[in-house]
Design a protein around this ligand. Structure first.
Ligand code: ADP
Length: 358
């Protein structure tokens, strides 16, 4: 049994926040994060002005020049190495980044060319360790969920029309999703770049280019066990899902209309369902009596259906909540911290996937 590990990371001010002379409303110390409601100054009691949260990690990445700035490398050392270890031990793993658009999800997950994020670092570390033995294989797939529809990001002509089905033994599966056997790290980099170029982006009033879709990069890590079962070599398969979620802001907050509003509503459906699943699991883990007999609404959205195993199931799961430091984003940041706080209570039951044939 293992709780979902939850980390919060605050980014530096962006240009817009600097231009509007934003105030930093977050403080972090050790595992603790404090958020301050500056608009309440002088009107409320001191105690109501600050709210405190404790996470597995509170990452201060507000100012590059601060000696306490938490780097991409540090985040990988804390969280990424656990994922690599889990894969080698035969467990499933999942990392997902949550937060409003522009809060730093993609930076933490993908990073930039000179400052790589968790996904490339995890892949690189897996390959480095694989080089020490001969019995490994990695296959990758990369998909996008947009308006509750699934698209293969590694197939040039793919539309958002792939079907999700429940496989009797393997669980939820995306039909016809391409899998790519990769033998070198640079091959993965090419595939990631290809997939990222295909990601759907759209403008809203809030951000020039804001990602409205969820992206799931999956590594299937296969280890030969050296034995035979019914004349077929036995293998252990660990699935590692690395998930960049769409922005968590509400459609009404981004001034969306028409098509954008429709997209917003769908994105909220996936994120709202993710929230309901997290709440239901947290309640279940706390031993609360579930009205509907422990029912978890995984099937209410494509995202939660595909991530079913990573949420309350057979997986070591890490959630990273990305937040803006600025006072103008107070309510979104508070809602992200509350969301992350609930996720802490989920208990997973990771088990080693022994002797699974693929
Ligand atoms: P999101 O994926 O949540 O929409 P991004 O990852 O694109 O947000 O981040 C928005 C901007 O903030 C980018 O320009 C990114 O480089 C910068 N940024 C985000 N997180 C950090 C960080 N921890 N350190 C430095 N810059 C960051």
């Amino acid at each position: 049994m293992a709780s979902v590990k939850v980390a919060v990371r605050v980014r530096p001010f962006n240009q817009r926040e600097i231009d509007m002379d934003a105030k930093c409303i977050l403080r972090m110390e050790g595992k603790k994060t404090r958020i301050t409601n500056t608009s309440q100054k002088g009107t409320e009691r001191q105690g109501d002005q600050h709210k405190f949260f404790t996470f597995d990690h509170s990452y201060w990445s507000f100012d590059h020049n601060d000696p306490h700035y938490i780097s991409q490398e540090q985040v990988f050392n804390d969280l990424g190495t656990d994922v690599v270890d889990a894969a080698f031990e035969g467990y499933n793993a999942c990392v997902f980044a949550y937060g409003q658009t522009g809060s730093g999800k993609t930076y933490t997950m993908m990073g930039s060319k000179n400052n790589q994020g968790l996904i490339p670092r995890i892949c690189e570390a897996l390959f480095k360790r694989m080089a020490l033995g001969a019995n490994y294989r990695i296959e990758v797939s990369y998909l996008e969920i947009y308006n509750e529809k699934v698209k293969d990001l590694l197939r040039k002509d793919s539309g958002h029309n792939l079907k999700v089905r429940q496989h009797p033994t393997k669980g939820p599966c995306v039909m016809d999703l391409s899998r790519h056997l990769v033998s070198e790290y640079c091959h993965i980099q090419d595939l990631m770049e290809q997939g990222n170029n295909q990601r759907t982006t759209a403008s809203t009033n809030m951000n020039d280019v804001s990602s409205r879709s969820h992206a799931i990069f999956t590594l299937m890590f296969v280890q030969a066990q050296g034995g035979l079962y019914n004349d077929v070599p036995t293998e252990t398969v660990s699935k590692v899902h690395l998930v960049d979620l769409a922005g968590s802001e509400r459609a009404d907050a981004s001034g969306a209309t028409g098509q954008r509003l429709k997209e917003g509503a769908h994105i909220n459906k996936s994120l709202v369902t993710l929230g309901s699943v997290i709440s239901a699991l947290a309640e279940l883990s706390a031993g609360g009596s579930r009205k509907a007999g422990g029912f978890i609404p995984y099937r209410d959205s494509v995202l939660t259906w595909l991530l079913k195993d990573s949420l309350g199931g057979n997986s070591k799961t890490i959630m990273i909540a990305a937040v803006s430091p600025a006072d103008c984003n107070y309510s979104e940041t508070l809602s992200t911290l509350r969301y992350a706080n609930r996720a802490k209570n989920i208990i997973n039951k990771p088990t080693i996937n022994e002797d699974e044939n693929v």
